[in-house]
Design a protein around this ligand. Structure first.
Ligand code: HEM
Length: 208
């Protein structure tokens, strides 16, 4: 039996032993939330990667009549909001699942829980950083641009810490497809960082 099959069997046995009454008990004790948590985690990494790459493209000044720059910025905003929705589902599925005990506050306060505190804590750090990025973007007009940009740049950090959390805690992290998602996402973000550094050097040359 593989580790995955063993954990599934253990979850099904736990659900049967809990002997709860009704669909809610079956739902919180059974494997559905575990599947949901793993699926949302992986899709989340994909969306954060996409959002980072589109964000970099939107900083390059270009645009065309067919695809104006504001369309790229709108896409960046919408992919980011979709990622935050996935993050909310990811956290809810982890907290509501009774197989392991994760309290609500552990999603926001890092390293205070008992279940894999280091790896779960990294998820909480990533979530906190992303919340700061989203909130400051919503009130961007009221903020000094330098300060907003400094906080926005921490989304790279949030992406990396979120990825490390997934690799450290995930059931699927070391499967072929799990590793492929991590490697591909890392490549996309690495290229994005290089492109962004290139545009910064170009901007500086223009202003000197
Ligand atoms: C932006 C932040 C986050 C990202 C990008 C992220 C991403 C991921 C990924 C990719 C996985 C691996 C899925 C798998 O391979 O099985 C995962 C697993 C997990 N995440 Fe997160 N996560 C984040 C935040 C959080 C937070 C705040 C919590 C706390 C409630 C959390 C709880 C979990 C748990 C419990 C698992 C283990 C699922 C399993 O048993 O396989 N995550 N996450």
């Amino acid at each position: 039996m593989t580790d995955l099959q063993l954990e599934l069997a253990s979850r099904l046995a736990g659900a049967a032993a809990a002997g709860g009454s009704g669909w809610w008990s079956d739902f919180t004790h059974g494997p559905t939330l575990w599947y949901a948590n793993r699926a949302t985690g992986v899709v989340l990494v994909g969306l954060l990667t996409l959002s980072t790459a589109i964000g970099v493209v939107s900083t390059a000044r270009g645009g065309s009549a067919r695809w104006p720059r504001f369309a790229t910025q709108a896409l960046h905003r919408n992919v980011s909001l979709l990622a935050m929705t996935l993050l909310a589902l990811h956290v809810i599925s982890a907290v509501v699942d009774t197989y392991v005990t994760i309290s609500w506050y552990e999603a926001f306060v890092p390293f205070v829980g008992t279940y894999k505190p280091l790896w779960l804590g990294l998820g909480a750090v990533s979530l906190d950083l992303l919340l700061a990025v989203v909130v400051t973007s919503l009130v961007r007009e009221r903020l000094n641009h330098r300060r907003w940009r400094l906080i926005h740049v921490s989304s790279y950090l949030a992406w990396g810490i979120g990825l490390a959390h997934g690799i450290g805690i995930g059931t699927d992290a070391f499967t072929l497809w799990g590793l492929s998602v991590s490697v591909l996402s890392s490549l996309v973000v690495a290229v994005s960082v290089v492109v962004r550094l290139g545009t910064l050097v170009h901007e500086r040359r223009l202003t000197v």
